[in-house]
Each structure stands twice: as structure tokens, then as C-alpha cells.
Design a protein around this ligand. Structure first.
Ligand SMILES: [Zn+2]
Length: 244
């Protein structure tokens, strides 16, 4: 796979990095990343992955753009309100980087279609904010052997984890917590979505290029209000219904 002059100039800052360079950029171009949800996490992640030259992005979201999304879902613009997210996202991402192939799936991911929707992806990023969908994405990713980058946020804090086989996301979250919160109810600072979304894109880039140490089996917890972060190891659950 060779690069045009445009691509060489476009990716110049990657090409000089020892951990990416030409071979890493080729791996990025050959990769397909599945984005489950084009929301607070998925929208900035998609922008950075398109800019990075991830060859194919599969956008999976059945929603339309709402005015209240624009405070943090920066892939969308005001005229996009009311349009399908997959369609508006594809337009913006293609404008940012015409070398990237966008596959849109305006479907709500569930247990009946998850395997098909993530098939052929090298990495899946889950930025959805309901546990039922997260559990389905996790089970499908484990079954297909696809590494899962999980990003979540609410109010002023967020977390990012990478799961590849065992431990899986279900080892971390066994059941839907009774006090599960949604951003719609408790709020979220828009810039925090940028932090967490960019972190999930970074982890995907590391997984694809082999650079550094991915957050595999670990969870990075970021407290935006305090300005602190810590990393915790995820323990495999012997009774996990997915990977146990
Ligand atoms: Zn598990």
C-alpha cells in the first residue's frame, strides 16, 4: 500500500514518529474501526481517527442530530440538526479527510445485529451510554476476537478502558448499576467529551500501530473537576458469563 504526495504531507507528523512512521501509517490505512454511537465519545473519536488516516470508519448510530448534541459532539454543525448522525458525520469526516472510507450503518445495535455490524472491524470503540448496549457490544467483540475500546463520561469525569479477550467489559460491570446515570439527566461538560473521545481514538491508534502499551485490561479514570487521573487494573471475573 503506497501513499500519494498528498497523504505523505497530510500524515507528516505521524511519519516522523518512531512508534508510527511509514509502517504504522500503512497499518492505519489498512484498518477498519467500528464506532458504536456517534455521541459525546464517538464524535470526537471519529474526527481524530479520520484525521489520523484510519482507512475505514464504520459509523453505527440510528439517531438524528439534536441541537443539544452540538455542545460536545463537534463532528456536527448547526445545519445538521434533524439529519441522521451517520449521514452528517460521513459528510464532515469526508471533508476532513477524503482518503478515509466511511461506512454508515443507521441501525440501533442490539443482540440480533451486533455480530454483523462489527464484522470485519480491527477495533471497536463503544461510546454508547446505556449498559444494555454496552453488554451486547462486549459480548459480540469477545466472540469475534475484536479488541474493544470503551469510553464513558458524565458530569465532570470520564473513563477509558481496553478489553481484548479476558478480562472483558462484563468482568468490570457485572450488571446494570441501579444508580446508572445518563448525560441527559445529570449533564456533562462538553470539553470532557473531547478528552475521553480523543483518548479512545488514541487507544485505537495504539492498538492498530502496535505503539506503546494499550490500556488493555486497565481502566483510566479521569476527574476533570479535580484535574487528576489514575489507572486501575481490571480483574477477570471467574463467573463472567461472557469470557469466564
Ligand atoms: Zn468477562
Amino acid at each position: 500500500m503506497s501513499f500519494s504526495d498528498d497523504e505523505i504531507e497530510r500524515y507528516a507528523r505521524h511519519l516522523v514518529l518512531a512508534e508510527i512512521g511509514g509502517p504504522g501509517q500503512q497499518r492505519l490505512k489498512a484498518a477498519r474501526v467500528g464506532l458504536i454511537g456517534l455521541g459525546g465519545v464517538g464524535a470526537p473519536a471519529a474526527l481524530y481517527l479520520a484525521a489520523a488516516g484510519a482507512g475505514t470508519l464504520r459509523l453505527i448510530d440510528d439517531d438524528t442530530v439534536a441541537l443539544s448534541n452540538l455542545q460536545r459532539q463537534i463532528v456536527f454543525e448547526t445545519p445538521d440538526v434533524g439529519r441522521p448522525k451517520v449521514e452528517a458525520g460521513a459528510r464532515a469526516l469526508t471533508a476532513l479527510n477524503p482518503h478515509v472510507v466511511i461506512e454508515g450503518a443507521a441501525e440501533r445495535l442490539d443482540a440480533t445485529n451486533a455480530a454483523r455490524l462489527i464484522e470485519g472491524c480491527d477495533v471497536v470503540i463503544d461510546g454508547t451510554d446505556d449498559f444494555a448496549t454496552r453488554f451486547v457490544v462486549n459480548a459480540a467483540s469477545v466472540a469475534a476476537g475484536i479488541p474493544l475500546v470503551s469510553g464513558a463520561l458524565g458530569r465532570w469525569s470520564g473513563q477509558v478502558g481496553v478489553f481484548a479477550g479476558r478480562p472483558c467489559y462484563r468482568c468490570l460491570v457485572a450488571e446494570t448499576p441501579p444508580d446508572a446515570e445518563t448525560c441527559a439527566r445529570v449533564g456533562v461538560v462538553g470539553a470532557l467529551a473531547g478528552v475521553v473521545g480523543a483518548m479512545t481514538a488514541l487507544e485505537a491508534i495504539k492498538l492498530i500501530t502496535g505503539a506503546g502499551e494499550a490500556l488493555t485490561g486497565r481502566l483510566l479514570l479521569y476527574d476533570g473537576l479535580a484535574g487528576t487521573a489514575r489507572t486501575a487494573r481490571v480483574t477477570a471475573d471467574p463467573a463472567c458469563p461472557v469470557c469466564g
